[in-house]
Design a protein around this ligand. Structure first.
Ligand SMILES: [Zn+2]
Length: 333
């Protein structure tokens, strides 16, 4: 299960932080200002998907880089054409003559996405972030990450420059029947995450699962049960969660078709709504959506819920107008 939140107030830098429940892992869509995030939260981030590198979507890079220095972190960064140069320019703005002495291993892996292919470079702190080619250029068919627990897809939207919209989808959602857990006298704890991973990996029913917890003496008693029995008793499997992140796009037929396709049946669509429909001309000129267009697109995608953001500062104090307009379009029959 994912928990997603905007990283800032909707009038400030856009972006969402998506946290995995029961896992020390998070994903960021867009890298706007994030100084207010705790170090603990920032260090959970493993993947970052940047729509495009206008300043409000990428200024958080330096802060994250600083927080990760001196730690064992591996970050996968994704972005549009030109992204490798953008990242290298940021890294190249600093002097790195002492980092080769660091004992930890901080690595940034950058995927620059093009219409039909992707380039991947790697930057290791211990090598003063010298660029290394991580892989031969690969084909890009819409999928950016495909793990056994989730996938991330991207499409290019027209924002006068290419802007990537993304969706993240959990493969399936494994629910724990807490009441049965209690009845069986089993504790809640990190072992449940390990159990879920085993199920997602498709391990066989006779795989032993260690049930462990920390008691008052900090000891970790272990009980071992077969995977099949736990699956049968305490697990309920439901379809996975889907979240979409759509920002910085003009309203035109091509963009609309791509947004609806990407965000199809999302549990939550985060979609930009910088302008009111009465200012549709300004929206068009600036290559952004209106609140009505955002609500229409979310409805046509069949999204269950919608969150709008990236409000133009001209509407400060009039946030409700944007919300009402978008919601009206979203809930229309
Ligand atoms: Zn923007």
């Amino acid at each position: 299960m994912f928990r997603a939140q905007l990283i800032n107030d909707p009038f400030d830098d856009p972006g969402i932080y998506v946290e995995f429940q029961h896992k020390k892992e998070a994903i960021l869509f867009d890298l706007g200002y994030l100084h207010h995030f705790s170090t603990r939260k920032l260090l959970k981030i493993g993947h970052i998907f940047v729509s495009h590198t206008h300043m409000d979507h990428f200024i958080g890079f330096d802060h994250l880089l600083r927080v990760c220095l001196g730690r064992d972190q591996h970050i996968f960064l994704f972005g549009p054409p030109g992204f490798i140069k953008n990242v290298e320019s940021k890294i190249g703005a600093y002097t790195w003559n002492l980092v080769e002495n660091y004992s930890n291993n901080f690595v940034i892996e950058v995927t620059e996405v093009h219409e039909n292919r992707k380039r991947i470079n790697r930057y290791r702190c211990q090598r003063a972030f010298e660029p290394e080619v991580a892989a031969e250029a690969e084909d890009f068919n819409g999928t950016l990450v495909d793990r056994n627990d989730f996938t991330v897809k991207g499409v290019f939207l027209d924002h006068k420059i290419p802007s990537l919209a993304y969706s993240i989808e959990e493969k399936k959602h494994i629910n724990i029947k807490k009441n049965v857990l209690d009845e069986m006298g089993l504790p809640v704890g990190a072992w449940l995450g390990e159990l879920k991973d085993k199920i997602l990996r498709g391990e066989s029913d006779d795989t032993p699962v260690n049930v462990w917890w920390k008691n008052q003496n900090k000891q970790i008693p272990v009980k071992t049960l077969p995977l099949g029995k736990l699956k049968e008793k305490i697990i309920r499997i439901t379809p996975g969660n889907k979240i979409s992140y759509i920002t910085d796009a003009v309203y035109n037929e091509d963009n609309a078709r791509k947004i609806i396709g990407l965000a199809k049946a999302s549990d939550m669509i985060f979609i930009e709504a910088p302008f009111l429909e009465k200012d549709a001309e300004t929206a068009l000129r600036k290559y952004h959506l209106t609140a009505k267009q955002a609500g229409d697109l979310a409805r046509r995608a069949g999204a269950k819920n919608m969150t709008i953001f990236h409000f133009s500062p001209k509407y400060r104090g009039q946030k409700d107008l944007l919300l009402e307009e978008a919601m009206k379009a979203f809930n229309q029959d």
